[in-house]
Design a protein around this ligand. Sequence first.
Ligand code: SF4
Ligand code: SF4
Length: 198
Amino acid sequence: MGVKVLRRRELTFWEELYIPQIFSGLRITSAHFFRNLFLHAAHSVGALTHRAASATFQYPEQPRPLARRFRSRHRLTVREEGTPRCVGCMLCETVCPARCITIVAGEHPDPNVEKYPVRFDIDLGICVYCGYCVEVCPEDAIRMDTGILDVAAYSRDEMKLDIHELMNPALRKPVVECDLKFPHECRHSGGEIKGSWE
Ligand code: SF4
Ligand code: SF4
């Protein structure tokens, strides 16, 4: 099979100066700026509304609409009685390419439920938001549909979500109260097992 060698074209004198390219970029940017300025002014008086102008979202006061398939912060889905749907099968932990899921499974008193997560952590500091954990779950127990995007923190440790935050996405760090009734590894009790099935 023949090999085709492509040689890089030599720049002309004017291209080496870069000045024409700078003015070309400025011309395009200015055209967009004045077009949007004109259209927004026209829209404010009800004219030319059929011509779309580019829009800037005033985040975070004005959150941007998210597509239905957008992957945002994780959550664990719950059963009617408030326990996690997760059966501790470890599939998500196994498939996770970033290895940022930590699960400790415990025996569930209901013989129809194989196991449950005593502990379930996700380290968002290394999660790559691939969504494999959601796709692989056989119980629809984990989803990435909270719409939460602001996961910034001051330390790596604060980027780790535990079972409290995963079951209640409205919780924000520092989480100070635990209302989970089933046995779980509770950060609020120094990492000891808290709760019971009774
Ligand atoms: S989204 Fe991907 S990287 Fe993040 S926890 Fe799920 S499987 Fe792991
Ligand atoms: S979240 Fe789903 S895949 Fe992960 S351990 Fe629980 S049941 Fe298995």
